[in-house]
Write a protein that binds this ligand. Structure first.
Ligand code: SAM
Length: 199
C-alpha cells in the first residue's frame, strides 16, 4: 500500500505539473507568465476546461511564442469557446490582466524560448516586479510556481538574487518550498510559494 504513494519525478516539469494538478480546480483563474512554446499553457488548459467559469491567461514578450502557444491550443481544440487569453505582453504588466485576489495559480518557467533567440530571456528586474504583482493577485491558498534555470548567465542571476529574496517573504502569510535534483549539474530549481489563509 505504502509504495503507491511514493512519487519519483524524472524532471522539474513532471514535478511542477504534478503540483499544479493538485492545486487547480475547474472554475479557477490561472496565469502562465511565460507561455513559450505553450506546453505548460496546454497542460493548464486541460485542467481548467471545459468549465465556463475558468479563466486562463498566458503572456510572453515574443510573437513566436504567442503564435506557437495559440497553435498548440487550437490543435487540441481548446482555443475556441473557452475563456483563454494569449497575449504578447511582459509578465511585469500582469496586473493589467488580473484583479487582486483573483488567481489560484501563477506560473513562471523562466529563461529563453526553446529553439529561439537565447538572448531574449527573462531578466531579474522584470521578473522581480512581476512577482511583486503576482503576490497581490493571488487568492488565499493560491500558489506561485517558479522554475529557475541557472545554466545560463541571466538565469543564474535570477536564481541567485530571487530565491533569497523570496525566502524573506512573511512566513505568516506564505508557505515556501524549493525543489532541485541533486547530482545534476546546473539543475533547475523550482520554488513554490503558497499564500496562507488568513486566520
Ligand atoms: C523557458 S520559456 C517558457 C516555456 C513554456 N512555459 C513552455 O511550456 O513552453 C521562457 C519564455 O519566457 C519569455 N519571456 C522572457 N521575458 C519575458 C517577460 N518579461 N514576460 C513574459 N515572458 C517573457 C520568453 O520569450 C520565453 O518564451
Amino acid at each position: 500500500m505504502f509504495g503507491a504513494y511514493i512519487l519519483l519525478f524524472q524532471s522539474h516539469t513532471e514535478f511542477t505539473h504534478f503540483l499544479w494538478k493538485q492545486q487547480i480546480q475547474p472554475g479557477k483563474t490561472v496565469l502562465d507568465a511565460t507561455a513559450g512554446r505553450g506546453l505548460d499553457t496546454l497542460f493548464l488548459a486541460k485542467l481548467l476546461f471545459p468549465n465556463s467559469s475558468s479563466r486562463l491567461i498566458a503572456l510572453d514578450i515574443q510573437k513566436d511564442a504567442i503564435e506557437a502557444t495559440q497553435s498548440r491550443l487550437k490543435t487540441e481544440g481548446l482555443l475556441d469557446g473557452n475563456n483563454i487569453e494569449i497575449i504578447q505582453q511582459s509578465h511585469s504588466d500582469l496586473r493589467l490582466f488580473l484583479k487582486p485576489n483573483e488567481a489560484s495559480l501563477i506560473t513562471y518557467n523562466l529563461g529563453y524560448l526553446p529553439g529561439g533567440n537565447k538572448s531574449i530571456t527573462t531578466l531579474l528586474d522584470s521578473t522581480k516586479s512581476s512577482l511583486i504583482s503576482a503576490k497581490e493577485c493571488l487568492e488565499e491558498s493560491g500558489m506561485i510556481s517558479i522554475t529557475f534555470y541557472p545554466g545560463h548567465p541571466a538565469g543564474f542571476i535570477e536564481k541567485d538574487m530571487l530565491i533569497p529574496w523570496i525566502f524573506e517573504w512573511d512566513p505568516k502569510a506564505w508557505a515556501i518550498s524549493r525543489h532541485s535534483f541533486a547530482l545534476r549539474e546546473s539543475s533547475p530549481s523550482v520554488v513554490i510559494a503558497q499564500r496562507k489563509c488568513e486566520q
